[in-house]
Design a binder for this molecule. Structure first.
Ligand SMILES: Cc1ncc(COP(=O)(O)O)c(C=O)c1O
Length: 366
């Protein structure tokens, strides 16, 4: 085990991401299940794909692969600046939101400092925290929602960062905007508040507020965003942070200069221009979710109403059995044992064909 001995202490016990069936690319899942079609409803991807403008822009970008991309991703940051009405220096880009989480921990965490993370939530926060030798402090949700009173109680003199996923993955719930605003107003300035808003574009509730509207007032608050969800560019790996220019500068100090390749930049720039396409996808998601709720209500299957493109469902059975049964039928969902909810599955709202396949088969279990 020479390799392990050579590793940094903090990295030694980190479990690598070993893809299970539901984590594989669709073509590989089809091969393994020996099925001509599968419904991949395990990753919260956009089944419709990106705007046609994005595909065209990436095809054009493919003609110039021999030159390095723009290290500052200026065109993309200009597009974001226009969308949000903030100056260019409020934006930093990353190779997916995943990389932004790593960059934030690299920029701000010292060994021994604490990061408060409401749980269950997106797993990468824990990995990145541990890699920096910092300690993750888990705070339980209350009724499937992030509980800011509990978060506040968990603050100690070692707390350096708080990571809130809003809306939260896997529960799909949001933090009430007044509570969040009040929490931020009372947060000590030396604590970095990271709010992962990967699913913000799907939210319909008037009780939600993105922290992007607060970054000019609170220099210690960061929003993480991604093009992997509603923008349909998961394979291209485009994420970004919105924060005060001071925090953005810190992120850029640790960011590899060419972390966003030429296709990713071209696709993201073009898809930002097609906000009508995004509006239609949001509308589809909303309607499809209502159909899903009606279906589950009829079966008397409990679920958590969601502000995202996925729903956390209590199957009233061992989720592993439900997973295996659905997988045989070509439907991949996310099991929830690791989140401490063995009876739950997380289901992505897919395209009509995928949802029909799910509806036809899921009810046979009851
Ligand atoms: C809450 C949350 N944050 C970040 C990510 C990672 O996004 P990206 O594909 O941009 O790395 C995901 C992906 O599922 C997510 O659910």
């Amino acid at each position: 085990m020479q390799g392990k001995n050579l590793m940094r202490n903090c990295a030694r016990d980190i479990v690598p991401f070993i893809p299970e069936l539901e984590d594989l690319p669709i073509e590989e899942i089809k091969k393994r299940l020996n099925l001509p079609r599968v419904a991949k409803l395990s990753f919260n991807e956009a089944p419709q794909g990106p705007s046609p403008l994005a595909i065209k822009a990436m095809q054009e970008a493919a003609l110039l692969p021999n030159f390095y991309p723009d290290a500052q991703a200026k065109e993309l940051r200009r597009g974001l600046s226009k969308l949000y009405g903030l100056d260019l220096d409020y934006f930093a880009v990353s190779n997916g939101a995943d990389e932004m989480i790593v960059l934030l921990t690299q920029a701000f965490l010292n060994e021994g400092e604490e990061v408060i993370i409401p749980f269950p939530t997106f797993g990468q926060y824990f990995v990145s925290t541990r890699l920096m030798g910092a300690t993750a402090i888990k705070v339980d949700l209350t009724d499937f929602k992030i509980d800011l009173k509990k978060v506040k109680k968990a603050i100690t003199n070692k707390t350096k960062m708080i990571i809130l996923c809003n809306p939260n993955n896997p529960t799909g719930t949001i933090i009430d905007k007044k509570e969040l605003q009040c929490f931020i107003e009372n947060l000590p300035a030396h604590i970095v508040l990271v709010v992962d808003e990967a699913y913000a574009e799907y939210v319909e509730s008037p009780n939600f507020q993105s922290v992007i509207s607060l970054v000019t007032k609170f220099p210690n608050v960061i929003s993480i965003r991604t093009f992997s969800k509603i923008y349909g560019l998961a394979a291209c790996r485009v994420g970004y942070a919105v924060a005060s220019p001071q925090l953005i500068e810190a992120i850029n100090q640790v960011r590899p200069p060419f972390n966003l390749n030429i296709f990713a930049q071209a696709g993201a720039v073009a898809s930002l221009k097609d906000q009508e396409y995004i509006r239609r996808l949001k509308e589809y998601n909303s309607t499809a979710k209502k159909v899903l709720y009606d279906y589950l209500d009829k079966l008397k299957i409990p679920y958590i109403p969601s502000e995202t493109n996925f729903v956390f469902i209590d199957t009233l059975k061992d989720g592993r059995e439900v997973f295996q049964y659905l997988a045989q039928k070509g439907i991949l969902v996310r099991m929830s044992h690791g989140w401490g909810y063995p009876n739950f599955i997380r289901l992505t709202v897919g395209c009509p064909e995928d949802m029909d396949l799910f509806y036809k088969n899921f009810q046979l279990l009851y």
